[in-house]
Design a protein around this ligand. Structure first.
Ligand code: ADP
Ligand code: MG
Ligand code: ZN
Length: 596
């Protein structure tokens, strides 16, 4: 959706909300005004007494206002007029008229409605209509009937991104060439009787370039690119998800040959359940998607690309033949890939000659394309702030930290107690890592807050590795728990500062047991993403057993961390004290402390 459109939508929403709020406030105010008018006071006559007085023939004058149940009566031989409330004005009027017909002299005055009451009644009667109209407009807009579907998807007729803009991923691009070919010359494939994939699922971490490569396919084939994101459906009204999917594909059929890109497909395509509510709504959306994909005729040249970083969550039905039967994993870039990504994204930036992209690529193992692009962009911003003529190495280093740990926050106030705690926590990580053979060297330790972290220990980047051994994972757990262990050992108290370490450690331990088959008791079995009935075949208490194994790994790592820190207590104290004094320790300084 384009920006203008977004702004317009926003305006409309604001106007609608204001209208509704005004109407409600007016209704409430009027309600009280009218209610107060009807309020009883000393001169109020109870209805039963009123009827009595009427039957005795004591009433001289009745004054009423149309639309109000409050009336005024003048009783014979009484100075003051009294007020009364009549539950049913019409039957009351006929009662009076009866009495008049019987010969009683009653003066009946019927005043027209007061202005306020009239206005109030008008607004109150208008309110439901107003709300209905507002709701209708909202639904109308959400369904995208308003302007031919532009509300929910972004169509780019001329995609200018080409394969050349996608660095690395050579094999993946090779696989895509076939699809480009099909989009360009579908008749060639039809003549041959070839079955071309309808759907291709791109698996990969966020920022690895899935959207980029999907756009590049459209760009190479020179076809429209229609996209939407699965997460947009989550907050939908009932039935709208499915209808959006239908509209998306209606549009695709009109524009074919084209690419339909569904980002975050796991948001709609996760396993179907039998539950009600939001989940069954999800089911409807997913079912519609399946129906649409099955309904392609062979003349329709539409390729559906979908992206996810949680392929194990997807409903199996999505992966069947004729649907997303081809899966391509987009990995985080290797050294060569990273270098190429850095080259592409530094093309338009002014880099100083001292900058060596190769060494940046070496230092950024595990970083995604998006992170690398971001680092170069941040470096350009930092260089500008620092009034450098070109981007220098220092700017890049600062950018790496900014992208990975967040911005330095020197303004945050730190109590002496917090400072000591953070110093020991980070020193704990660093000391433990130093004595673990598989862990990488420490590059920098800091207790200056950055982003959400109170402090950080940065490690030198690892070489690109395809496999990680069990020993390495166990040592990683020790390194992660080193911070918490130091807090416990030295301060005999623990803090919330270790929460992220604990989260990561737990995830690693769980993967070791359920994904990589590293538990001796449970063996090499994949327990991840299994349905409950699939789990049952491993025995009744399999959940408990997995939990015990995960806990055993964590407990062992924590005990090891404590023992290592006890053994090297002198180093722990030295590093913590140095941190308290100077806030930062660099690689050379750190190594020196261990050489003495
Ligand atoms: P994903 O869809 O996998 O989350 P994106 O395709 O949105 O990732 O990537 C975000 C940005 O990161 C891209 O717009 C691009 O600038 C950069 N990027 C990611 N991977 C690559 C790559 N292989 N080559 C060049 N740039 C990349
Ligand atoms: Mg994306
Ligand atoms: Zn930590």
């Amino acid at each position: 959706m384009n920006n203008n459109k977004k702004k317009q939508d926003k305006k409309l929403w604001i106007i609608l909300s204001i209208l509704i709020v005004i109407a409600i406030i007016m209704a409430i105010v009027l309600f009280f005004v009218l209610k107060n008018k009807d309020k009883k006071d000393d001169t109020t006559l109870a209805y039963t007494d009123l009827i009595k007085e009427i039957s005795y023939g004591n009433i001289e004058k009745v004054e009423m206002t149309v639309g109000s149940t409050s009336i005024k009566v003048k009783i014979k031989n009484q100075e003051e007029e009294k007020s009364a409330i009549v539950p049913d004005t019409e039957s009351f009027i006929s009662l009076i008229q009866e009495k008049v017909a019987e010969g009683n002299e009653i003066e009946l005055i019927q005043n027209p409605k007061s202005f306020i009451a009239q206005l109030g009644a008008t607004i109150v009667s208008f309110l439901p209509t107003l709300i209905m109209v507002a709701l209708f407009i909202m639904i109308y807009k959400m369904q995208g009937l308003g302007d031919k579907g532009k509300v929910y998807d972004e169509t780019e007729r001329k995609m200018t991104i080409k394969f050349d803009d996608v660095a690395g991923l050579e094999e993946e691009k090779q696989e895509m060439i076939e699809i480009v070919d099909f989009l360009k010359r579908p008749e060639k494939f039809a003549k041959m009787g070839a079955r071309v994939p309808r759907g291709v699922l791109l698996n990969g971490k966020p920022g690895t370039g899935k959207t980029l490569i999907a756009k590049a396919i459209a760009g190479e084939a020179n076809v429209p690119f229609i996209s939407m994101s699965g997460s947009e459906f989550i907050e939908m009204f009932a039935g709208l998800g499915a209808s959006r999917v239908r509209k998306l594909f209606d549009k695709a059929r009109k524009l074919a040959p084209c690419i339909v890109f569904i980002d975050e497909i796991d948001a709609i395509g996760s396993r179907r359940t039998t539950n009600s509510g939001a989940e069954s709504e999800n089911n409807q959306t997913l079912n519609q998607l399946l129906v649409e994909m099955d309904g392609f005729s062979s003349e329709e040249t539409i390729i559906v690309l979908a992206a996810t970083n949680r392929p194990e969550m997807l409903d199996k039905a999505l992966l069947r033949a004729g649907r997303f039967d081809r899966q391509i994993t987009i990995p985080t870039p290797d050294l060569k890939g990273r270098l190429e990504i850095l080259k592409i994204h530094s093309k338009e930036k002014k880099l100083s000659d001292e900058i060596n992209l190769e060494s940046i690529a070496e230092d950024t193992a595990g970083y995604t394309g998006a992170e690398l692009a971001n680092i170069l962009n941040e470096a350009a911003i930092i260089a500008t702030i620092n009034k450098h003529d070109e981007i220098e190495n220092a700017d890049i280093e600062e950018a790496v930290k900014k992208v990975t740990v967040g911005l330095e926050k020197r303004t945050r106030k730190y109590s002496e107690k917090d400072k000591r705690l953070t110093a020991y926590h980070e020193a704990g990580h660093a000391v433990v890592s130093r004595y673990l053979p598989t862990q990488t060297d420490v590059k920098e330790i800091s207790i200056i807050p950055r982003g959400v972290a109170g402090g950080y220990t940065m490690y030198k980047s690892d070489d690109d590795k395809y496999y990680i051994s069990k020993t390495e994972m166990k040592e990683k757990l020790i390194a992660l728990l080193g911070g918490r262990a130091a807090e416990k050992l030295v301060l005999d108290d623990i803090s919330t500062g270790a929460s992220n370490d604990i989260e990561v450690a737990t995830q690693i331990a769980r993967d070791m047991v359920t994904k990589y088959g590293m538990s001796d008791t449970l063996g090499p079995i994949d327990f991840q993403g299994k349905e409950p009935y699939e789990m049952q075949m491993f025995g009744e208490n399999i959940g408990d057993k997995i939990g015990n194994e995960v806990k055993a790994l964590i407990d062992e790592a924590y005990k090891n961390a404590i023992n290592m820190l006890k053994e090297h207590r002198d180093k722990l104290d030295l590093i913590a004290e140095t941190l308290i004094k100077q806030e930062k320790i660099n690689e050379a300084q750190f190594n020196e402390m261990f050489e003495k």
